[in-house]
Ligand binder design. Structure first.
Ligand code: 13P
Ligand code: SF4
Length: 329
């Protein structure tokens, strides 16, 4: 029988085929919380950026099938170069990565030679290679608190996460002007309307949100931090200001509670679905496992330099994994 092509995948039991290929390839499937529910449900591990990096560094699988976006799969390859790392759709990028071309970032660093670069993991391998320490939303606070007060810092590429940390720590940083298009789309007016309809219901927000959303949050943290907040919530309802696919995990963990996605400017949260994460599908995951492509490939010099800044994060963040927590505002 000929191998199925993209055109005749229709009759395939994709879940069974993905599991078969996973065994044959000795592959592990890692998924971010913003993936479609069917992908989260078949993954070996679902987590936030820090937890996924740790898993990628520790796995003894031969193949890592990364259901997330390109910078996450690149992180897996940087940490585990001997493994084959596949991403179901290589076009799964990130607006933060796009905002920060390596050439411009290098020039910014050169213009500020007395600053260290503390860089959000949502960037290219080249930008990681030009950075001193990488952070994720769940490790940023722990890491920033270890940097001497007198040390000047460039924070990029997310100006909202940088601004949040800067306000919380009372510490000035030079901020790169990037934003996440997903978190940028939440509407303060619509959020206030929603809060008025649900008096007393808390709001949990991701620090990629702009300050006018963070200001209304009872809890601010990474995706796994928000999930943890949802699990320990005393009330039965939570407004969630991050990409709504994470609600799938909340509903699985807390089936009696109600989780409401924070609205975008049109009053519903469709504009808050990450268009890059949404590119990954069961069909593309099946094809990636079958054909072992698209594969992440990195220039070795870039990889080694990027690993230095990622290793610093993993050392400085030890003890953070699982907490996923920037804390209450
Ligand atoms: P975390 O899962 O680390 O909170 O990151 C959120 C995000 O936007 C990933 O792109
Ligand atoms: Fe990038 Fe935002 Fe999508 Fe995360 S949610 S991958 S930060 S665009």
């Amino acid at each position: 029988m000929n191998a199925p092509t993209r055109e005749n995948l229709q009759g395939l039991d994709l879940l069974a085929e993905i599991n078969r290929l996973k065994r044959e390839r000795n592959a592990v499937i890692l998924a971010h919380y913003y993936q479609k529910p069917e992908i989260q449900d078949l993954a070996d591990f679902v987590g936030d950026s820090l937890e996924l990096s740790k898993r990628a560094a520790e796995t003894d699988a031969d193949v890592i099938a990364f259901c997330g976006v390109k910078f996450m799969a690149e992180t897996a390859k940087i940490l585990s170069p001997q493994k084959t790392v596949i991403l179901p759709d290589m076009a799964a990028g990130c607006s933060l990565e796009d905002s920060c071309p390596p050439g411009k970032f290098r020039a910014f660093r050169e213009a500020n030679p007395d600053h260290i670069a503390l860089t959000y993991i949502n960037c290219s391998a080249e930008v990681k290679a030009l950075s001193d320490i990488i952070v994720t939303s769940s490790s940023a606070e722990t890491i920033l608190s270890q940097i001497p007060q007198t040390q000047k810092i460039i924070f990029g590429p997310d100006r909202h996460l940088g601004g949040y940390l800067s306000r919380k720590f009372g510490r000035e940083m030079l901020l790169w002007p990037g934003v996440c298009i997903v978190h940028e789309a939440f509407s303060e007016t619509e959020l206030l309307k929603l809060k008025a309809q649900h008096p007393g219901v808390p709001v949990a927000a991701h620090p990629e949100c702009p300050p006018h959303i963070i200001d209304h949050a009872d809890y601010v943290g990474s995706t796994s931090g928000i999930l943890q907040f949802a699990k320990t919530l005393e009330g039965d309802t939570l407004i969630v200001a991050t990409e709504p696919h994470i609600i799938h995990q909340m509903e699985k963990a807390e089936p009696t509670k109600t989780f409401i996605g924070a609205p975008g400017s049109d009053g519903n949260c469709a504009c808050n679905i990450c268009p890059y994460m949404a590119l990954n599908t069961m069909e593309k995951l099946y094809l990636a496992l079958r054909d072992l492509k698209p594969q992440i490939e990195l220039d070795e010099d870039v990889r080694v330099a990027a690993k230095r800044s990622l290793d610093r994060m993993l050392e400085m963040a030890s003890g953070t994994v699982g907490k996923g927590d920037l804390g209450r505002v």
